[in-house]
Structures are given as C-alpha cells and as structure tokens.
Design a protein around this ligand. Structure first.
Ligand SMILES: C[S+](C)CC[C@H](N)C(=O)O
Ligand SMILES: N[C@@H](CCS)C(=O)O
Ligand SMILES: [Zn+2]
Length: 327
C-alpha cells in the first residue's frame, strides 16, 4: 500500500533540511486561536465537517512558519466517531480523505508560490497523516494514561486503526504519524498493522509521557523500543504532546535504545484536563525557550522537531530559526 517512491522521503526531507527537519505545531490550538469551537468528542476533526477552509489556512500558516512536515487534521477523525455524529460510513471515509487532500493542497499551492520566489529558503513539505491513539478517540484524556481497561485487546486496537490507516494511505499522504500512543499494546497494534497492510510509505510512532521516563501506562520505553526496533516499517520514533521539560532527557534515553530517527514535538507544558476538556496552566515554555531548547534537542540527536498542543506558528518559526540557521 502506498507509493514505493515515498519510502526514502523522510530521510530525504531531513537531509534537505540540513540534518533536522521541522514538524508543524499545535494544530487544534491554532484552529482555536482562529475561533473554532472544538469542545466536542471529535475535537479538531469537527472542523473537517464545519470549517475545512480553516484547516487549509492553518496548514498554510505552519508552512509559512517553516514547517517541513505538515500533520493532517485526522488526529481525532475516526469512522466510529463520525458515525456517532450521525454521518454514514461513506461520509466518514470522505472526511478522512479530505484531511489528507486539504494538507496536500496547502503544501502544493505554497510550494508553487515558493518555486516562483527567488531565494525563498523553504523546502517542499511532506504531508504526515495523523493517526491519533485509541485514547484520543475515547475523548476522555486516556491518551495520557494508557488505561484502556482489561477488555481492549490487540485485535480490537488493530480493528480500530485499520480502515482509517488504509484511507489515509490511499488518499496520498507521504507518511503516517502515529501520535500520543500511551502503551505498548497499541504500539504493537500499529506495527502489526503496517505489516499486515503492507504499508510502503514511512511512518513514525510517537508516545506520550507524563513522568518523563516511561510510557503513560508505566511500561518502560526500553520494552516499547525493543519491539519497534524489529519493524522496518517504522522510520522514526519519539514523543509528542509531553511537557517540553522532559524532551532532552527522553531524546538521550531514546538515543541509547534505537538507531531509528528520533522525532520530538512537545506541547507547551500545560496539562490537559480530560474531563473539563481544557488546558490547565502549568510550567510552560514560551517561544524563546523553544528556540533555545530546539537547538539542544537537535544536538542531543533529534532529527525531527516541532511543537504539539498550545504551540503556534510563532513557536515553529522560532524552532525553524534555531535548527536551520545555527548549524
Ligand atoms: C491531545 S488531547 C488535548 C486531544 C483531546 C482529547 N482526546 C479529548 O477529546 O479530550
Ligand atoms: N496533531 C494533533 C496532535 C494533538 S496531541 C494536533 O496538533 O492537534
Ligand atoms: Zn498535543
């Protein structure tokens, strides 16, 4: 599944970016800054139904900020999620496709404009299809706990992810971004699915972390990465939507555990209240902190760096400046 030509493109984009490519920032965050109301079980995926133009606009804003990789709006977009809104399977599948098309269109129109601009300094971005964890779909904050209960099996998780993954690949994404994976079982489901579906575009698997040491389930990253290392379908592994204070420590840990590329895109440091569906203030990084630490993260061995929730295009501009202008 997927076009063979894309298999090396993640490595190429890293190389073209000078050894460290920039991932975009908080997607839902930027939708909200434009006024989108997403306090809903579908969260940012609600905009696929209500305001697709805004999705394209946010992608363009991250491209302008210097993102080499755009992550699609499909984090919390799932067929069961759309069904529970009263949509049909066909409509749900079309919305998933649309999440890729919107990012591809933004990337292509931005790149056409840049190619006509002398000395623009941008790279042609890749489109990474977001595959949010099962916990994201549950919409109860369990992507930060990994507690799916005793009834959720490996097969349940594979069934949950399978159709969305097929659609996102078929829609023409350049890579797959598994995001906020909170436990080993779900990472195993992702790996087995990549194999079973014979996915030929690259993918990364990002875990969340709440203690800066382990996966949220309490399972060690040693055991998670041991398993991931055996899969050649996974090109990069890392952490997203964890506090930035943990990032350097986790890069150093991951460096010892894998030869795969390391991807980090932390949130601002604020804490998600899954029940109230809002961010609680906590020790935070501002854009200057991101600029300073992004360089350290790169020097510690990360080759894909961006931001997650509560980061914005100005954060990504700061990261881009840090990692590209300071070799
Ligand atoms: C990355 S979290 C902030 C996304 C929202 C969460 N899955 C929820 O619906 O509560
Ligand atoms: N790609 C998603 C991740 C949420 S944790 C977003 O930025 O909204
Ligand atoms: Zn996030």
């Amino acid at each position: 599944m997927g076009l063979k030509r894309a298999t090396t493109s993640l490595e190429q984009v890293i190389e073209k970016a000078g050894g460290c490519a920039v991932v975009d920032g908080g997607f839902a965050t930027q939708l909200e800054r434009h006024g989108a109301a997403i306090n809903d079980p579908l969260w940012s995926a609600l905009c696929l139904i209500k305001d697709p133009h805004l999705i394209e606009q946010v992608h363009l804003e991250y491209l302008e900020a210097g993102a080499d990789i755009l992550v699609t709006s499909s984090y919390q977009a799932t067929i069961p999620g759309f069904l529970s809104k009263g949509l049909s399977i066909n409509e749900g599948e079309s919305l998933l496709m649309k999440s890729v098309k919107l990012a591809v269109e933004a990337r292509d129109s931005f790149w056409d404009a840049m190619e006509a601009t002398p000395e623009h300094g941008y790279n042609r971005a890749l489109v990474a299809a977001s595959i949010g964890s099962y916990g994201a779909y549950l919409a109860d904050g369990s992507e930060y706990s990994g507690c799916y209960g005793p009834d959720v099996t490996l097969d349940n998780l594979k069934d949950f992810h399978r159709r969305r993954l097929q659609i996102l690949v078929e829609a023409g994404s350049d890579l797959l971004a598994f995001e906020t994976i909170p436990n080993k079982l779900e990472a195993q489901a992702c790996i087995e699915l990549l194999e079973e579906e014979d996915v030929n575009i690259p993918s990364w698997i990002c875990f969340s972390s709440v203690d800066g040491e382990n996966a949220p389930s309490g399972e060690s990253f040693e055991e998670c990465l041991d398993m991931i290392n055996k899969s050649d379908k996974v090109h990069a592994v890392g952490i997203n939507c964890a506090p930035p204070h943990f990032t350097e420590m986790l890069i150093c840990k991951f460096k010892k555990l894998t030869d795969k590329a390391i991807v980090v895109y932390p949130n601002s440091g604020e804490i998600w209240d899954g029940r109230a569906k809002r961010w609680l203030p906590s020790k935070c990084f501002d854009d200057d902190n991101f600029e300073y630490f992004a360089r350290r993260w790169r020097d510690s061995g990360a080759s894909l760096i961006g931001g997650c929730c509560r980061t914005t295009p100005s954060t990504i501009a700061a990261i881009s400046k840090a990692v590209k202008e300071n070799p």
